[in-house]
Design a protein around this ligand. Structure first.
Ligand SMILES: C[S@@+](CC[C@H](N)C(=O)[O-])C[C@H]1O[C@@H](n2cnc3c(N)ncnc32)[C@H](O)[C@@H]1O
Length: 499
């Protein structure tokens, strides 16, 4: 028998007042003691969630495809934008046996700024059950998300200090501690928050879990290569111990033909003989023995390159580094020459597409963060990426950008509850970057100055409608079954009932 946070507080009050407990309460108390002796236990809020005062389980939900919002540019499967509560959308995706490879979510952080609505009420910082309510909300959805992940799928959740610790325990419970991959610190606000009292908070977290860590393989990423990693190093020793007399056996000739770029340790036709020379014209020495250099030549790791002074130098290339083979991502991510993780840049990215008051009030994530997540998770260019707290649609934007960069066919499914955000911001953003103009014909937004529209992408807009099971209009629900089926042509559909 599970005990809710509210029941736990009531029990506590009764015990403090030395009130008599009834049989049900005694059983709950025994259960509670059993559970807590196992270790840390999260307490969830009321078991049931409500919408307009009614239990969410008392709703029929059905899907209406908004045909006049469909974008159809290419002969390929469509991306989806679903407007409605993600609880119903996730349930439906499970019902049609949809699987997704990558899930990214950026849920309400449950901050002091009243960003989280539960059971139709804005949760305030003084609510005694604020953590339990948030956990109940997330647990219900994360359990569905876990079912949706493909066998080698992976989920990323952005979160900050308000709920990070609680979320970690919840995710351990749902995905299994053994599938925990990392808790990344993402430096999204490098200058630090000015309203932090003691330590200026400069970022948030990204919790990563695999569906099954044993079979999951992540990609190595060139996250922040140093120029020298890519350009290679001179094979001549510099600095201390660099003279011939320091290591006489590392002074030997190399034969080179600059035109054909051929290098050998023995003389060959049209080659010239090179010895290591220091800048003061003294004899120098190489870094490698003849044997090592020979094997590097055979592995194609030695190159002749021109330096900035237009002089030839012989370099060894760390090919593994060049190809990113040994570059493991570290657990703290910062903006660098390749990826920007900054939230303020993310806002500029959004405003360059939609410059409205509504867009100004959003807290979008950076497109590069999503690109990094997708590249790290899967090299499958056909993967399906789900974001069920879509907001302004950054995840969809990043998927299309990556498809453009590597000719991929990835698809995205976005879910956003609020109509004004789903339609006016998320849909409008995706429409503009796909078509190069706004839904009302606007063509002078800044993004177009530096980018070309994606064109070769499709999008379907689906609205979730709810009917009260008790007072519902069954005829409408029945007739919606076909629509409901046709909404998702991204997988085989197998539904027997709506509920
Ligand atoms: C922090 S924002 C996500 C921002 C997004 N990552 C971006 O880059 O724009 C969270 C979004 O989740 C939406 N949301 C909250 N509860 C939801 C629910 N139950 N179902 C679907 N969307 C929900 C909110 O309306 C809000 O737009």
């Amino acid at each position: 028998m599970e005990i809710t946070a509210e029941e736990r507080i009531n029990l506590q009050k009764k015990l403090n007042n030395k009130e008599k407990l009834n049989n049900d309460e005694i059983e709950k108390l025994i259960n509670l003691l059993d559970q807590t002796k196992l270790g840390l236990k999260l307490f969830y809020s009321q078991k049931e969630e409500t919408i307009k005062g009614k239990n969410i389980k008392n709703y029929y939900y059905f899907f209406e495809e908004i045909n006049n919002l469909e974008i159809k540019n290419a002969n390929k499967k469509s991306n989806l934008l679903i407007e409605g509560d993600n609880y119903f959308a996730l349930k439906h995706l499970i019902k049609i046996n949809q699987k997704v490879d990558i899930i990214y979510i950026d849920p309400p952080y449950n901050t002091k700024n009243k960003d989280f609505i539960y059971n139709d009420i804005i949760i305030s910082k003084d609510d005694d059950f604020k953590h339990s309510k948030w956990l109940s909300f997330m647990k219900r959805r994360l359990k569905l998300a876990q079912k949706l992940l493909s066998d080698n799928g992976v989920i990323f959740v952005s979160i900050d200090d308000n709920e990070q610790a609680y979320l970690k325990v919840l995710m351990d419970e749902i995905f299994g501690e053994e599938n925990f991959v990392s808790n990344i610190f993402v430096e999204s606000n490098p200058s630090g928050r000015s309203d932090s009292k003691d330590i200026a908070n400069s970022g948030d977290y990204l919790l990563i879990y695999a569906k099954n860590k044993l079979i999951n393989e992540f990609n190595k990423i060139i996250f922040d290569p140093k120029e020298s990693d890519l350009k290679g190093y001179s094979i001549q020793k510099v600095g201390s111990n660099s003279r011939r007399e320091d290591r006489p056996n590392l002074y030997y000739p190399i034969y080179i033909n600059y035109e054909t770029q051929k290098i050998l340790l023995d003389n060959f036709e049209k080659s010239i003989k090179i010895f290591p020379k220091l800048s003061n014209n003294e004899d120098g020495r190489w870094i490698y023995s003849k044997e090592t250099l020979q094997s590097m030549i055979e592995k194609n790791l030695i190159e002749i390159v021109k330096n900035t002074k237009n002089k030839y130098i012989i370099k060894w290339l760390d090919k593994e580094k060049k190809e990113g083979l040994d570059l493991k991502l570290k657990s703290s991510w910062h903006t660098n020459g390749i990826y920007s993780l900054s939230n303020s840049v993310a806002k500029i990215q959004l405003l360059s597409i939609i410059n409205s008051k509504e867009a100004e009030s959003m807290t979008p994530k950076n497109i590069d963060l999503l690109k990094l997540i997708i590249k790290f998770s899967s090299s499958n260019k056909n993967s399906i990426i789900l974001d069920f707290f879509a907001g302004s649609g950054t995840t969809g934007h990043a998927v299309m950008q990556l498809n453009k960069e590597d000719n991929g066919n990835r698809q995205f499914i976005l879910i956003e509850k609020e109509n004004n955000i789903a339609k006016d911001i998320c849909y409008e953003r995706l429409y503009r970057i796909i078509n190069g103009k706004g839904t009302k014909g606007k063509q002078d937004f800044k993004w177009l100055k530096k980018n070309k529209p994606y064109l070769k992408e499709n999008l379907k807009y689906i609205k979730i409608k709810l009917e009260d099971k008790i007072n519902g209009n069954y005829e409408e629900i029945e007739s919606s079954k076909d629509l409901y089926k046709s909404s998702f042509n991204i997988s085989n559909i197998n539904i027997n009932e709506i509920s």
